[in-house]
Design a protein around this ligand. Structure first.
Ligand code: DAH
Length: 337
C-alpha cells in the first residue's frame, strides 16, 4: 500500500481530493487501520503503529506534492504523457525596422551599391562641416543636435550624428570615385517624443559619385527602388527642396500605396507620401573631400526607415518601434525574412 500511495498521480485537484478522502477521510483506509489498531495485542502494536504512521505521512506528503504541482500549472511528474508532441522553442522574429532596412539594402545591392557604415558618435566636420553647413548657418537648425563635448580650442565638437550623410563624407575621404554606397544606421535628434517624432530613428543614405552622373540617373534609381519596395504600379514625384549638401535638391514622394493615389487619410488626401530627400552632390562637398569636382559629379539620397515601415505596415505611432513590446513585435512573424 505504501508504494501505491507514493506512485499515485492525478491530473486535477478534484482527483487529489478524492484520493485524500479515500485514505484519510472519516471512513478512509488509513483511518480504518487506526481504528483496527486499537484492538491489536501488545507485542505487534508497536511495529504496526510505526507502519500505519509511515503510511499516513506518505499520503499527506504525496497529497501536498500533487496540490503544489497542479497549483503551479505543472503536470505532476508521474502524469507525464510521453506521447504528447513537444512544445517548439520560440525563436523570436526580426524587428520590423531591421527587416525593412534589410529590404531597402537588398534592392540597392541589386543595382551594384555596396553597404557602408560609420560611427554614431561623430564630429561636427563629418555631420555638418564637410556637408556644406557653414558654422552658425540656420540650416543646422533643421536637425536639433545632441552635443557630447565641445572641445576647448577646437571648432569640431563631438556629437551624435543627426543623419547618416556623415558616412558619405567618410567614404569620399577614404576612396576615390567611382563610389556607389548605401549607408544604413541609427541617427539622433533632440526632439520631443511623440507619435510622429522620436529622439532616435534609422536612415538609409545613398551616394553615387562617378564621371557623368546625372539627375536622370538619380530619378531612375529612385523609381526602381520605389517599384521594388511598394509594387510595380507605384509612381514617384520629385519636389524642389533645399539641403546644404545637394544642388539641386528634391523631396522624394511616392504615390500612396494604400489608396493607389486617389487620396486617403494616410496620405492626407493628397495621393502622395513623402519618403526622403535627394539631390546632386554639391561640388563644394566633393571638394571638401578632395574629389575633383570638375571631373566627377554625384547624386545622393536619404530616407527614413521607420517612415517606410509605417507606410508598409500602417502602424501609425512611431514609439511602437522602440518600446519592444512583444505583442507588437510578434505581429511581424509572417512578414519577416
Ligand atoms: N540627410 C538628410 C536628412 O537627414 C536626408 C537627405 C536629403 C540625404 C538629401 C541626402 C540628400 O543624401 O541628398 O534630413
Amino acid at each position: 500500500m505504501l508504494s501505491e500511495v507514493e506512485a499515485f498521480t492525478a491530473s486535477s485537484l478534484h482527483e487529489v481530493e478524492e484520493f485524500r478522502v479515500k485514505l484519510l477521510g472519516k471512513k478512509g483506509d488509513v483511518t480504518l487501520l487506526f481504528d483496527e489498531f486499537k484492538h491489536v495485542s501488545g507485542d505487534v502494536k508497536r511495529e504496526l503503529g510505526q507502519k500505519i504512521n509511515a503510511l499516513k505521512t506518505a499520503a499527506q506528503t504525496r497529497i501536498s506534492e500533487l496540490r503544489e504541482a497542479l497549483d503551479a500549472g505543472n503536470a505532476p511528474t508521474l502524469a507525464l504523457d510521453a506521447s504528447r508532441p513537444g512544445a517548439a522553442d520560440s525563436i523570436g522574429t526580426r524587428h520590423p525596422v531591421a527587416s525593412v532596412r534589410n529590404e531597402i539594402l537588398a534592392i540597392f545591392r541589386q543595382l551594384g551599391f555596396a553597404v557602408a557604415e560609420g560611427p554614431e558618435i561623430e564630429d561636427d566636420w563629418h555631420v555638418f562641416g564637410a556637408l556644406n553647413f557653414p558654422p552658425e548657418h540656420p540650416a543646422r537648425d533643421m536637425q536639433d543636435t545632441f552635443f557630447i563635448e565641445k572641445r576647448a580650442g577646437s571648432d569640431n565638437p563631438i556629437l551624435l550624428r543627426t543623419h547618416t550623410s556623415s558616412i558619405q563624407v567618410r567614404a569620399m575621404e577614404r576612396q576615390p570615385p567611382p563610389i556607389r554606397i548605401v549607408c544604413p544606421g541609427r541617427v539622433y535628434r533632440n526632439e520631443a517624443i511623440s507619435a510622429r517624432a522620436h529622439c532616435m530613428f534609422h536612415q538609409v543614405e545613398g551616394l553615387y559619385v562617378d564621371q557623368g552622373v546625372s539627375f536622370a540617373d538619380l530619378k531612375q534609381t529612385l523609381l526602381y527602388f520605389a517599384k521594388e519596395m511598394f509594387g510595380a504600379s507605384v509612381q514617384i514625384r520629385l519636389r524642389p527642396s533645399f539641403f546644404p549638401f545637394t544642388e539641386p535638391s528634391a523631396e522624394l514622394d511616392v504615390s500612396c500605396s494604400i489608396c493607389g493615389g486617389k487620396g486617403c487619410n494616410i496620405c492626407k488626401g493628397t495621393g502622395w507620401l513623402e519618403v526622403g530627400g535627394c539631390g546632386m552632390v554639391d561640388p563644394s562637398v566633393l571638394r571638401s573631400c578632395s574629389i575633383d569636382s570638375q571631373k566627377y559629379s554625384g547624386f545622393a539620397f536619404g530616407m527614413g526607415v521607420e517612415r517606410i515601415a509605417m507606410l508598409k505596415y500602417q502602424a501609425r505611432d512611431l514609439r511602437l518601434y522602440f518600446e519592444n513590446d512583444v505583442r507588437f513585435l510578434r505581429q511581424f512573424f509572417l512578414v519577416n525574412d
